[in-house]
Design a protein. Structure first.
Length: 787
């Protein structure tokens, strides 16, 4: 056994183990890149077969013995052996959900990829490779990129062999630990443009032959889908590439797919490929016109049906008919851009039809609605003891789910929740749009059966209970009963913790309720990657530009004018009232509230656990810049001249870690949990931020805004999770944009003391918002009443 470590890793335990096992050794690589670690390991061994497991993965019982027996009987031509991968989550639970598991349904065997391309081995840590076959690829292994090249290395190894054979060991398990979305290895990969350029060029070289074998086409598609999948996760997007480099990546990808052909793009099944990614691959392969439509959703209340399809070129003519041949009117529709690496080759149509059509006629071609497929279920692994451990871990939740199913059928138990409207902000915090709308509904529409959901240990629980809120504790049986009976669900947030508290996720049912996304703030960055994966029945917007960006044509959002409404946010009703009661010239404070930076934090050890700051957090550019602003004497003098205070409101991810010694005595640090942000905004003359959407609230409160963007060159790169949207701070912002401390302080002092200095931005705010009143709550409830 060879332990290979990156520079700086503590090798004491490995040396101790090797001292007791003479045939083992420790090697320290020159670089932390996975490719360099593997290169160093290969140089240190002369074994006939090698494997590259990661330190936190493990082999199942008797797996190595099974490998040894298989090798002894294997053909000398066999270059690669693959083990059956089982995934271990952060709690140690095992799931047989790896995309390659289907290859083992035929048992242990040797497969020729020319006959069965779907047997392709793409997972390197679970593979054993004949050393003589892989060592020839050492010079190709790139430095310093990540394990993203695993499948390429395996494909090159198989391609260089006399026969592309793969040994599949069904009984030999490899237990892989599930890793965080943005682990340190991928962070290194994402930071360098050459990582992407090399990888796509290498895929192109793989298929640079006169006749591409089908199995090699599968390998190429596997690599391209991996790259595209990263682009659909904001923390993984290729922000290090400039426009020319992005164009080069797409040009190489198109060349690959033209060589591979549309057949492989359609048939590839070595890993999950979404409809969107498959449409892009087909477009790159040369498929033109509309692709097969998907009947995706029917609104049970209205009968409206959503049909979606991808197309290349001009928007096709589209008509829809029911089973009797009657033409069906279109209720709403939009064209969505499908961008990868800032290039658009295919687009998507989303069409809401009056009722569910049986036939879609696209560009003169009929497409019949297919029968509904059975719902897939991932099998639990049959490894010894795994089922028992899973049953034990879930027993309490399954018991609760069973109880809810039974109790929900008892009218007396759920009577008070019938036709309920559920309101919720965060599980642990209120104070946002749901709280404001709930309060309006109870005051103006008492006939509505309204309930507010919140964790019982929330700091807001006691406050809302004292006000008379009808509270239900988040995650309890009562919460699940409420969700069973509810007809409307309104929240300022979206995601699984809102839609499904953990116990409720075990109840197999579709919700009766309609979900209204009230929003946490005005959307000005591109949040389409996240929001397109949420089921939002009603989507609240506040500004004309925001509405157009989400519901309009040729934007990345998958929502139409049927779902998106322009009403304003509920909390702006109260904000408007407070700002009128306290006009700008009666205010005296300065509020400083920057957002956070993803790059300042280490990946979470487990999903759901808090992320810890990097060791250099306190000396980072971010902390240094904010501390310098807080301590500037000119700010102190300005605030004191009006008898006001400087308030520092850090982002919740930052507050607990910002060094207390860097907060000057004249600055008061607070938090979103401790204070009413609307009161802070309407007591301040100036609001200072960097990129936060709270600036929209400040503008609505008639508070002057200054943007201190000290890291403007990197915020939309690998330093954070923001992706630029329609909003340009210079063109659309509500205040001066400063990139240096001096210019930020100059702008702040000017805005603080001279109202006329901000007239340009006040006029801009007036044009931005669709409404300047306290009627947002009423407009939202009216929109819901329209169905």
């Amino acid at each position: 056994m060879v332990f290979v470590a990156a520079p700086g890793v503590d090798l004491g335990p490995a040396h101790a183990w090797c001292a007791a096992h003479p045939r083992s050794c420790v090697v320290e690589a020159a670089d932390a890149a996975t490719s360099e670690l593997r290169r160093a390991g290969l140089a240190a061994t002369t074994a006939e077969w090698v494997a590259f497991p990661r330190v936190d993965d493990r082999y199942g019982s008797d797996a190595l013995a099974a490998v040894s027996s298989f090798i002894a009987a294997a053909s000398e031509e066999l270059p690669v052996i693959g083990l059956n991968v089982v995934r271990a989550n952060e709690y140690g639970e095992l799931r047989d959900t790896h995309p390659s598991r289907y290859r083992f349904t035929g048992g242990t065997r040797t497969v020729d990829l020319r006959d069965e391309p779907s047997a392709l081995q793409t997972h390197l840590p679970s593979a054993f490779l004949r050393r003589s076959a892989v060592v020839d690829q050492v010079d190709w292994m790139p430095v310093p990129v990540s394990a993203s090249d695993d499948a390429l290395l395996l494909a090159r190894t198989s391609s260089a062999s006399d026969a592309p054979l793969v040994g599949l060991l069904a009984e030999a398990q490899f237990i892989e630990r599930v890793r965080p979305l943005a682990d340190e290895e991928f962070v290194r990969f994402r930071a360098e443009a050459r990582s992407y350029l090399h990888r796509v060029a290498a895929v192109r070289a793989l298929v640079d032959t006169d006749a591409v074998a089908e199995w090699l086409g599968w390998a190429a598609v596997h690599e391209l889908t991996g790259i595209l999948r990263h682009e659909r996760a904001t923390p993984r997007k290729a922000t290090a590439l400039d426009d020319d480099q992005k164009a080069q990546v797409v040009a190489d990808a198109v060349a690959v797919m033209r060589a591979v052909g549309p057949g492989v793009a359609a048939e590839y099944a070595a890993s999950f490929v979404s409809d969107e990614l498959r449409a892009v691959l087909a477009g790159w392969a040369g498929v033109s016109g509309p692709q097969e439509p998907r009947w995706t959703r029917v609104d049970a209340r209205t009968g409206h049906a959503l049909v979606r399809y991808f197309f290349e070129g001009e928007t096709p003519g589209e008509h829809f008919r029911d089973r009797r041949g009657r033409a069906l009117p279109i209720v709403a529709a939009k064209t969505r851009t499908v961008d990868f690496f800032a290039q658009t080759l295919v687009r998507e149509r989303l069409v809401w039809v009056e009722s569910e059509p049986s036939v879609a006629i696209l560009q003169g071609q009929e497409h019949t609605r297919p029968p509904a497929p059975p719902r897939p279920r991932g099998p639990i692994t049959s490894a010894p003891g795994v089922r028992a451990r899973l049953r034990a871990a879930r027993r309490s939740w399954l018991s609760r789910a069973s109880a809810v199913r039974v109790i929900s059928r008892v009218p007396l138990a759920t009577r008070r929740y019938q036709q309920a409207w559920v309101f919720m902000d965060r599980a642990n915090l209120a104070g946002d749009n749901a709280e404001h709308l709930y309060r309006w509904v109870r005051r103006h529409r008492p006939e509505i059966n309204a309930w507010f959901v919140l964790r019982q240990d929330s700091p807001d629980w006691r406050r809302l209970a004292a006000e008379g809120f009808r509270l239900v504790a988040y995650g309890t049986v009562e919460h699940q009963l409420l969700l069973h009976a509810a007809v409307e669900y309104l929240s300022s947030h979206a995601g699984v913790d809102v839609f499904r508290p953990r116990g409720d996720r075990l109840i197999a049912r579709d919700p009766r309720w309609r979900f209204t996304f009230l929003q946490h703030g005005v959307i000005h960055n591109d949040l389409s990657i996240w929001l397109n994966n949420q089921r939002l029945d009603l989507f609240v917007t506040s500004t004309n530009d925001e509405y157009a960006a989400i519901a309009g044509d040729d934007t990345p959002y998958a929502f139409t004018s049927r779902e998106v409404v322009l009403t304003g946010m509920p909390r702006h009703d109260e904000l408007r009232r407070l700002s009128v009661e306290r006009p700008w010239d009666e205010r005296s404070g300065i509020l400083i509230a920057p957002t956070w930076r993803n790059s300042l934090f280490l990946p979470a050890a487990r999903p759901g656990e808090p992320r810890m700051p990097h060791p250099d957090f306190a000396t980072s550019e971010y902390v240094t810049a904010i501390a310098a602003l807080l301590g500037d004497e000119r700010l102190r003098e300005a605030a004191e001249s009006m008898g006001g205070e400087i308030v520092f409101l850090p982002h919740p991810n930052i507050g607990a870690h910002f060094p207390a010694e860097l907060i000057p005595p004249h600055v008061r640090m607070t938090s979103y949990a401790r204070e009413n942000v609307q009161q802070l905004l309407t007591s301040s003359r100036v609001f200072v931020t960097d990129y936060s959407s709270v600036a929209f609230d400040a503008a609505y409160a008639d508070t002057a805004v200054v943007y201190f963007q000290f890291d403007a060159g990197s915020i939309f790169g690998s330093n954070h999770t923001l992706h630029e949207g329609y909003f340009d701070f210079e063109r659309d912002g509500f205040g001066a944009v400063a990139t240096t401390l001096d210019s930020a302080v100059d702008a702040l002092v000017s805005a603080f003391s001279d109202r006329e200095a901000t007239e340009l931005y006040r006029a801009r705010a007036q044009r931005t918002y669709a409404f300047w009143d306290d009627g947002a709550c009423e407009r939202i409830v009216r929109a819901l009443s329209r169905g």
